[in-house]
Ligand binder design. Structure first.
Ligand SMILES: [Zn+2]
Length: 209
């Protein structure tokens, strides 16, 4: 999907409301950089919701020609259904995979290579963000990337219903991502900002070597 000047177009993000327009190029840049790091080329998305963003990511990886695995992890019952319907049939250099939980990923391939690219795009509340970080942040490969969606959504707290907290009703989600990230000891000590000023909704960290 290259135009006349050989620059990759961003068409695969069309119709995907998950990623702000300004964030799409930095996402692609991080993917390309990440592909140089790890021969296993493991890309991970934690939290896929209705899987529309996952479709965009798979298309992007395919169009970049990156031979890799995109592992999607989401415990919500509707996520597997959405992934099966939208993602399982997508063909290209990128191999899509789905797991419901973190513990299901401890097998073969996934336990050997840490992800060189990890996007956390699950429930953006403080507790979920912290929990995802605790599970994943130390697994990111050296020089690898950590992307957090909805990190810059605003500093005012707001209560919204979340399908991930049905029993609790409404949860405070705004600013949960940044607060979760800032309170995670490892983030502050091991990650340097990268491209963060170019991102509207996304925060991108790169792990120090
Ligand atoms: Zn949550």
């Amino acid at each position: 999907m290259k135009n006349k000047t050989g620059v990759l177009s961003l068409d695969f993000f069309k119709g995907c409301s998950s990623f702000h327009e300004d964030d799409q190029r930095p996402i692609l840049d991080s993917m390309q950089e990440a592909s140089k790091i790890d021969p296993g080329r493991l890309f991970v998305q934690v939290g896929i919701g209705d899987a529309r963003s996952t479709v965009s990511l798979i298309r992007a990886l395919n169009d970049l020609g990156l031979e890799c695995t995109l592992l999607s992890i989401d415990s919500h019952p509707s996520a597997k259904f959405a992934w099966d319907a939208l993602c399982s049939g997508l063909r290209g250099p990128c191999l899509p995979r789905f797991r419901e939980t973190f513990s299901q990923t401890i097998d073969g391939h996934f336990s050997f290579y840490g992800p060189s690219w990890l996007m956390i795009s699950g429930c953006p509340c403080y507790q979920c963000t912290r929990s995802h970080l605790k599970d994943w942040v130390h697994r990111v490969a050296l020089d690898g990337f950590l992307l957090m969606n909805k990190a810059n959504e605003g500093s005012e707290g707001v209560l919204i219903p979340s399908p991930y907290h049905r029993e609790e009703g409404r949860v405070d989600v705004r600013c949960g991502v940044l607060r979760g990230a800032e309170s995670a000891h490892r983030i502050r000590n091991e990650y340097e900002p990268w491209h963060s000023d170019e991102c509207r909704m996304m925060k991108i960290w790169r792990r120090n070597r």
